[in-house]
Design a protein around this ligand. Structure first.
Ligand SMILES: [Fe+2]
Length: 490
């Protein structure tokens, strides 16, 4: 039995392939088409998925008719044909029967069934599903039950995206930049004004004054570019205050010590640091946005299939194999400070976790500027550290009940910021990747680096050309090397 989970026709399209209940492949369309956040499937990713056989069944990550209705209500017109998935899939010569799953159920299923928990409270927070924007679920055994739901136009995700656009960034893509900007601003300057202009009553009354579906570019014309950092700080503070309220509500609603956080907002690693204040354990699937729902669409229909897959990593994409040795990579970084690595299977998710990474020595003041110059991105943005997991506490103060952060999902305060300026943000935090002792090639590379230098940390950022998706195959690696003059080991 071959089942494909698909999330597409919106943004960041993805396919997850299950063979006899086991997940054997998952990737983003962008990695094959070269179009960042590609909204559509492309023939190359369909061909990659077909290598495991033609699908017996398709599991689609949302309900198209409901979405069509919402778009009609939102004034976007009657998009019935655009949302006809049989026609959509026929473009790729796939005519297998299709099962449709509610958007938020797909998110919840991806999170819960990959968590390893026997019970959990599941929060799904995104911009918009078909109608739903925020849901709370109870997971028990293999059952998922919705306990709370809020619908469009109320949406904290839309609010965050609209403000991302308001400060001149790209909505649905650059929210993480807004989050990074928050550390440079004063939240108190505009928070009251934003609160009064956008929210009705207390934050947890779930009422908003504006429908932010089309953004808020006309809001506060007196605030200009120089105010962007203060706006970012206020927006982040409001989101954190709201999440704090929600965590209390969820804790009271569902009797479980385990939290699963999903939806695009689960990528807010700054706000995520609070989850341990209310729950003993937190799980966020490393691809919590819509692309990751390709997995949940399948598991929502076949919960027991969760047991056939090892969920301890998300290396599920194109396999480049291993040619370069760790010895030559470590020797190169020791001498040249920076290099790319592209080995093994690509990560399924937005973070490079060691298989499609740009690595650098985190010591020294000049490294951050050098890597920023290569990546051509805003100089205020920090880079993430990958650290040997067992040494984490010596270098970082992890948030309460976050003992590990294997997928860069939470920030932690660095204990020695003066030693590692390249991986420290303005607020003294780092988006840590703790690398477990699992025998993986990246773990062994980090061990060797530690042995050679005494430093257990490597700067780790995604290997991609500006505006392009992460390197996927050998041709992409060559292009990267050619464009930036940075050695890429593969
Ligand atoms: Fe979503």
């Amino acid at each position: 039995m071959i089942g494909w989970g698909i999330s597409a026709n919106s943004h960041d399209a993805a396919i997850a392939v299950f063979v006899d209940g086991k997940l054997v492949f998952a990737s983003h369309s962008e990695r094959y088409s070269g179009i960042k956040n590609d909204r559509d499937l492309c023939k190359e990713i369909v061909a990659a998925a077909k290598q495991f056989g033609y699908p017996d069944k398709i599991y689609w990550y949302e309900k198209p008719f409901k979405k069509t209705l919402r778009q009609l209500i939102a004034g976007q017109g009657w998009k019935y044909r655009d949302n006809n998935i049989e026609i959509y899939m026929a473009r790729y010569e796939i005519t297998a029967p299709i099962t449709y799953v509610d958007h938020h159920l797909s998110h919840a299923a991806t999170g819960y069934y990959t968590s390893g928990f026997d019970d959990a409270c599941i929060l799904v927070i995104d911009a918009i599903g078909e109608f739903e924007t925020f849901t709370i679920w109870e997971g028990k055994g293999t059952n998922l039950k919705k306990r709370f739901s809020k619908c469009y136009p109320y949406s904290m995700g839309l609010f965050y995206s609209a403000m991302t656009q308001r400060v001149g960034l790209k909505p649905n893509e650059d929210e993480y930049i807004l989050m990074g900007m928050a550390a440079y601003g004063d939240p108190n300057k505009h928070i009251q004004r934003i609160y009064e202009d956008f929210f009705k009553g207390h934050l947890d009354s779930f009422k908003m004054k504006k429908n932010l579906h089309r953004g808020c570019m006309d809001w506060a014309p007196d605030l200009i570019i120089k105010d962007s950092f203060d706006i970012a700080a206020a927006v982040q503070r409001l989101y954190e205050d709201w999440l704090d309220d929600i965590l209390v509500k969820a804790r009271l609603m569902v009797d479980s010590d385990n939290l699963v956080l999903m939806g695009g907002c689960a990528l807010n690693c700054l706000a995520n640091r609070f989850t341990g204040d209310y729950f003993d354990n937190t799980w966020i699937y490393p691809n919590p946005g819509d692309a990751g729902s390709a997995i949940g669409a399948v598991l929502a229909n076949h919960p027991k299939w969760k047991d056939s897959t090892d969920w301890s990593n998300n290396f599920l994409g194109y396999d480049m194999g291993y040619r370069a040795s760790n010895e030559e990579i470590v020797e190169y970084i020791t001498q040249n400070k920076i290099c790319g690595i592209a080995r093994g299977k690509a990560e399924f998710g937005p973070r490079a976790l060691g298989n499609r990474s740009l690595l650098a020595d985190p010591r020294g003041a000049e490294i951050k500027d050098k890597v920023n110059a290569i990546k051509q991105r805003q100089e205020f943005r920090p880079f993430a550290p990958a650290i040997l997991e067992e040494l984490t506490d010596m270098y970082f103060d992890m948030p309460h009940r976050w003992n590990t952060s294997r997928y860069m999902q939470v920030v932690a305060r660095c204990r020695h910021p003066q030693l590692y300026p390249a991986i420290i943000h303005r607020d003294g935090t780092s988006r840590v990747q703790t690398v477990p002792n699992d025998g993986s090639p990246f773990r062994k590379l980090l061990e060797l680096w530690y042995k050679e230098t005494g430093c257990p940390i490597l700067l780790n950022t995604s290997l991609n050309i500006k505006g392009k998706p992460m390197v996927n195959d050998h041709a992409d690696a060559k292009n990267f090397e050619h464009q930036y003059g940075v050695k890429v080991f593969n």
